[in-house]
Design a protein. Structure first.
Length: 73
């Protein structure tokens, strides 16, 4: 699953754990907050991987709705 997935650690406000970008070449870039702890980084990475696995980038609904579903709400 890691083919075509690039991960970078970037200093961001601690209110942002991570995000993922769908690239034009069908790859993905995951940005992980370098300021949060390792355990939180791993959880954030898993969260973004699940968005990719679930095909969330192919869905025609809001990001808020996708997040609600991914968190089981």
């Amino acid at each position: 699953m890691d083919d075509g997935i690039f991960t970078y650690y970037v200093d961001m406000p601690t209110t942002i754990r991570s995000f993922v970008v769908s690239n034009n070449d069908m790859s993905f870039t995951i940005i992980i907050n370098a300021k949060i702890g390792k355990e939180q980084q791993l959880l954030a990475y898993e969260h973004e991987i699940n968005h990719i696995k679930n095909g969330d980038y192919d869905k025609n609904c809001s990001a808020n709705l996708i997040e609600l579903v991914s968190h089981g709400l």
